[in-house]
Design a protein around this ligand. Structure first.
Ligand code: SF4
Ligand SMILES: [Zn+2]
Length: 388
């Protein structure tokens, strides 16, 4: 009896792998190390501009500066299950390097002359002293204040203390903080995302931000790892409802699979399908009355927050996708909704694959299938099974 094999699904009696070890393993592989060392620390990862909307609703142009940094302190000690930012960081970036990157970005866009908004992203938190030297935090805050630009920075919750915000707002009086909350659900934060903070820390951070009149942008993740499509839809709508009143803007990020992450492993093992675009349309339809109680669209009377869904890699197998034939049209409608806030953007959208999606969601509601029943790849199932 001693050697009897237990159910393979529950392992062979050894201690289970810790999610922490699974998250960390790829970051220490030779390919990841070599990639990190290949970056030029004096140039930002990327600088580009996109159409945006100012806090008062005026359309504008925004420059996004993605800096090459040491990365996120939570990643150093553990890390989120879908975060591939470690691919873009370098652990020896100095204060001088960051200043050189910033100067590069400013000169590339002529001191952001034609752009009213600047987003500064650091693959972590700009206001975290262990990641970003304080003099550089100050340079970004001060320059944007002096140039009269609306600034958006990203941060986890624990940096947003009263003390830190008092300091930051003494330098810059008009900025917004984007927080990657991902889920308004402690169980999901802990077991699906490995986020390292709770909904309570988000509540506290938002309270502090409001105290200092700093705008709040909340990122939510649509379909985290270990979740099926039907649950993702249920939760997605619930989380939007939970954070809407407290967020000036809600940005829902449908899962896209980044190299070397847990979600990448699940996907390669055929245990995860990125979300259907139809689910995003349905989530928007269901959440719309919360955001626009008077159904007036963006900028209208009574608007509670702004809802933005941007399917990164939309239409590709590693991003939110449908059957392949209707993807471009559905992605375009979702992106138009972010600008207009009108459900009319989805009128007339139709495709045969909608039936397959609806059937899958209905089945997943009825059956206990935590990893879902969707095919993780498009195309013919037999071909996929025959593939080496
Ligand atoms: S907190 Fe953000 S940057 Fe840090 S590991 Fe998680 S997703 Fe990545
Ligand atoms: Zn289709």
């Amino acid at each position: 009896m001693a050697n009897q094999k237990s159910l393979t699904l529950v392992g062979d009696g050894q201690k289970g792998a810790r999610i922490h070890d699974l998250v960390k393993a790829p970051a220490n592989t030779p390919w990841a190390k070599a990639r990190q060392q290949s970056w030029d620390a004096s140039e930002p990862a990327t600088v580009y501009y996109t159409p945006e909307t100012l806090a008062d609703g005026t359309p504008c142009s925004a420059v996004t500066v993605i800096l090459r940094t040491k990365g996120c302190h939570w990643w150093w000690s553990s890390g989120c299950t879908f975060c591939g930012y470690f691919n873009d960081t370098r652990d020896d970036v100095t204060n001088e390097d960051l200043h050189a990157q910033w100067t590069y970005a400013k000169s590339k866009f002529d001191d952001f002359k034609d752009h009213a908004m600047v987003k500064v992203y650091t693959s972590g938190s700009l206001l975290e002293d262990r990641e970003i030297p304080v003099p550089f935090q100050e340079t970004v805050l001060r320059d944007c204040q002096d140039l009269g630009k609306e600034l958006i920075v990203e941060s986890r919750c624990e940096q947003l203390t009263e003390e830190k915000l008092a300091w930051a707002t003494s330098i810059n009086t008009s900025f917004a903080v984007a927080i990657g909350l991902e889920a308004y659900d402690d169980e999901v934060l802990r077991f699906h995302v490995n986020k390292g903070f709770t909904t309570k820390s988000w509540d506290r951070a938002v309270e502090n931000l409001k105290k200092f009149n700093v705008r709040v942008k909340t990122y939510l993740m649509f379909k985290p790892p270990f979740m099926n499509e039907a649950d993702a839809l249920l939760h997605g709508v619930k989380w939007i409802e939970a954070v809407a009143e407290k967020s000036d803007e809600i940005s829902v990020n449908p899962m896209n699979i980044q190299r070397g992450t847990i979600i990448d492993r699940l996907h390669r093992h055929n245990e995860y399908r990125p979300p259907w675009l139809w689910s995003l349309v349905e989530m928007i339809r269901q959440a719309h009355p919360t955001i626009h109680p008077n159904n007036t669209g963006n900028g209208g009377e009574g608007q509670v927050s702004r809802l933005i869904v941007h399917p990164t890699a939309g239409g590709r197998v590693r991003g939110a996708h449908n059957c392949g034939a209707c993807d471009a049209e559905v992605v375009a409608a979702i992106e138009r909704y972010a600008v207009s806030g009108e459900l009319a953007e989805f009128e007339g959208l139709e495709c045969d694959c909608q039936k397959a999606w609806a059937e899958e969601v209905a089945l997943e509601h009825a059956l206990p299938t935590p990893l879902g029943i969707s095919k993780p790849r498009r195309g013919n199932v037999l071909d996929a099974l025959r593939a080496p």
